[in-house]
Design a protein around this ligand. Structure first.
Ligand code: HEC
Length: 157
């Protein structure tokens, strides 16, 4: 009896490992730091998900569509790097890196408008988010007519 319980535990641990490996197959694109980067974006609203300071990186493939407001070619990528914030003498000061998010155009991702959504820890490890509940619902609401990309090139520089 004990043995089979142990086996079940091991099996379910293995199952969850393979699930997280499957979703962990997404990794942060190499060299995104060299893509075109937005100016520093400061969000002072404590209720916002993006409360803090962030930068948006856009790859070459996405750039033309970004300028025109979409739609985006397969493979287009955006990365946002988010930092904490603190006020120093009335000025916002960049704190520690707190999260990284990725959107990558992937037509297989039908439940999320043809984009793959992924979240990462500051070290770049997958953070295990639910792409529909944690990401797409908001992007759908905010930017349905711009292929779900919320930021605009005009605000970029
Ligand atoms: C509550 C709403 C909301 C949720 C939830 C949300 N985002 Fe966003 N996202 C935004 C906003 C607003 C921007 C634009 C920020 C700016 O203007 O710099 C954005 C921008 C982005 C961008 C840059 C491309 C773009 O659309 O401008 C990526 C990549 C991104 N989000 C990924 C994600 C991922 C991955 C998740 C889930 C972990 C997520 N987002 C959840 C609101 C949201």
């Amino acid at each position: 009896m004990k043995k089979s319980t142990l086996f079940m535990t091991v099996a379910s641990v293995l199952a969850s490992v393979s699930i997280s490996l499957a979703s962990g197959a997404v990794s942060l694109p190499k060299g995104y730091e060299k893509w075109e980067r937005s100016k520093q974006q400061v969000v002072n609203d404590k209720k916002s998900l993006f409360y803090g300071i962030h930068y948006t990186y856009v790859d070459k493939k996405a750039m033309n569509a970004y300028k025109s407001g979409g739609p985006y070619p397969e493979g287009s990528r955006f990365v946002v790097v988010q930092y904490g914030i603190r006020q120093e003498g009335g000025k916002p000061v960049q704190g520690k890196k707190s999260m990284i998010v990725l959107m990558q155009k992937d037509k297989r991702q039908k439940a999320t408008g043809g984009w793959l959504y992924a979240g990462f820890t500051p070290e770049g490890k997958p953070s295990g988010i639910d792409p529909v509940k944690n990401c797409f619902e908001c992007h759908l609401k905010e930017a349905k007519d711009r292929d779900f990309v919320i930021s605009r090139y005009a605000d970029f520089r």
